[in-house]
Design a protein around this ligand. Structure first.
Ligand code: NAG
Ligand code: NAG
Ligand code: NAG
Ligand code: NAG
Ligand code: NAG
Ligand code: NAG
Length: 359
């Protein structure tokens, strides 16, 4: 609103310029005033008025244009705190935000810049674990699978409203921090309306400076085993009658890992192809968005990858931690019931390298 006020001021200030122009003209024409005093005064007055009216209308036009431009910018920035950004390179500015939540005041954090991110992933790719790691950082607030609720993704309007609320820091979840939030985001599965509305989501991410963290899985066969095992537990509730998608104790992990799914070898290749394609399509659709691509397997074997993420979010590098315990820790063959069938099916296909965990 302040910017708009200033535009008004400059048009109010115009008459000052006007009289200045008039003064210049008088001093330049001191001699003729003696011979034709009345005529020259009228001429000068008329000229000054004309010039004044011209400048005024010009400035009105310009202001009108400025208002127009400002209004589109203001849709995003209107509610943001006016903060100075000393020492931030120009290229960073689109990614820095100063949200002013509806529901509370950020107080001393008001001028802590906030970065917007979205973890784009697929089920059983380690995103639950990854998110707990991010949330162990005092300045990161990652709000979970917000779009698992169908109403929030039923149309683009609903998606936009949900994202607006999240990035305005008005979303309440256990990820809320007492510290100054410097990065806020969610995890969003590719099949939760994201690919369906990819055009509008890309446009939104672009417009609002949202950065994307892809978290994908190299070994899609291992992922498939995890999906089947998780589905099984959803029905059988092996841990004292409660379904657990993630566990915090080795003992619980071992109970869940006992189940060895029988894989339907007829549909296996089509299944792997489908998830391969989904991930590849996502990378293409979102290629214009600032992003980092992580593979679950790489993060598991090399925790320095997490430093890359903090670098990407431009946050202080600290050690991140999670209480999650890995469920499937044995060789893949020990987690599949009809292993021989599966390995025969994959032998000679593009997915053969999945068998020994090389991908
Ligand atoms: C979008 O979805 C929401 C929630 O399902 C619904 O209330 C709303 O009417 C829908 N809007 C349009 C334009 O379809
Ligand atoms: C992280 O939070 C602390 C505590 O609120 C704050 O002092 C610090 O400035 C924040 N760091 C960043 C990078 O915003
Ligand atoms: C089930 O509950 C009992 C008692 O509350 C506990 O001792 C046991 O460890 C639990 N089992 C699992 C698999 O979590
Ligand atoms: C671990 O990850 C870091 C950061 O991406 C990379 O520079 C390094 O080469 C990786 N180390 C190994 C052993 O792969
Ligand atoms: C894959 O199939 C070929 C013959 O098509 C066979 O010689 C080879 O032993 C098989 N490899 C495995 C790992 O089963
Ligand atoms: C669903 C499926 O493909 N099951 C196969 C598992 O392996 C046995 C033999 O080991 C096959 O008979 C099944 O068809």
């Amino acid at each position: 609103m302040e910017g708009v006020g200033r535009e008004h001021d400059s048009s109010v200030a115009l008459p000052v310029e006007d009289s200045g122009a008039a003064k210049d003209t008088t001093s330049a024409s001191t001699k003729p005033t003696r011979r034709y005093p009345l005529a020259s005064w009228v001429a000068i007055l008329a000229l000054a008025t004309l010039v004044g009216v011209y400048i005024f209308s010009l400035s009105l036009k310009q202001n009108g244009m400025l208002f127009g431009l400002r209004q589109t910018n203001m849709i995003e920035k209107e509610r943001e705190q006016p903060c100075h950004l000393p020492g931030f390179p120009q290229t960073e500015i689109p990614y820095l935000h100063f949200p002013t939540p509806n529901t509370y005041s950020r107080k001393e954090c008001a001028c802590t810049p906030v970065r917007f991110f979205a973890i784009l992933s697929m089920q059983r790719s380690g995103s639950g674990w990854f998110e707990t790691l991010l949330n162990s950082h005092e300045n990161i607030s990652s709000n979970g699978e917000i779009f698992s609720v169908k109403d929030r993704r039923s149309n683009v309007t609903a998606i936009t409203q949900t994202l607006d609320k999240l990035y305005n820091l008005d979303w309440f979840s256990s990820a809320a921090k007492n510290e100054c939030t410097a990065a806020v985001g969610l995890k969003w599965m590719l099949n939760q309306g994201l690919m369906k509305h990819h055009q509008e989501v890309v446009e939104y991410f672009n417009r609002r400076g949202v950065s994307v963290i892809f978290l994908l899985r190299r070994n899609l066969l291992q992922r498939y085993v995890s999906i089947l095992a998780n589905d099984y537990d959803r029905n059988t509730k092996q841990l004292n009658g409660t379904h657990k998608a993630h566990v915090h104790h080795r003992g619980q992990a071992d109970v869940l890992a006992q189940y060895k799914p029988t894989i339907d070898t007829k549909s296996l290749i089509a299944e792997l192809k489908r998830s391969d394609k989904l991930a590849a399509d996502a990378l293409v659709r979102f290629k214009k968005i600032r992003s980092i691509v992580l593979y679950y397997e790489d993060v598991v074997s090399n925790r320095t990858k997490l430093t890359d993420v903090l670098d990407f979010l431009k946050l202080p590098k600290i050690k991140l931690s999670s209480r999650h315990v890995k469920i499937h820790t044995k060789r893949l063959r020990d987690h599949i019931d009809n292993w021989t069938d599966v390995s025969n099916t994959l032998n000679g296909t593009q997915y053969q390298s999945f068998l020994n965990g090389r991908r």
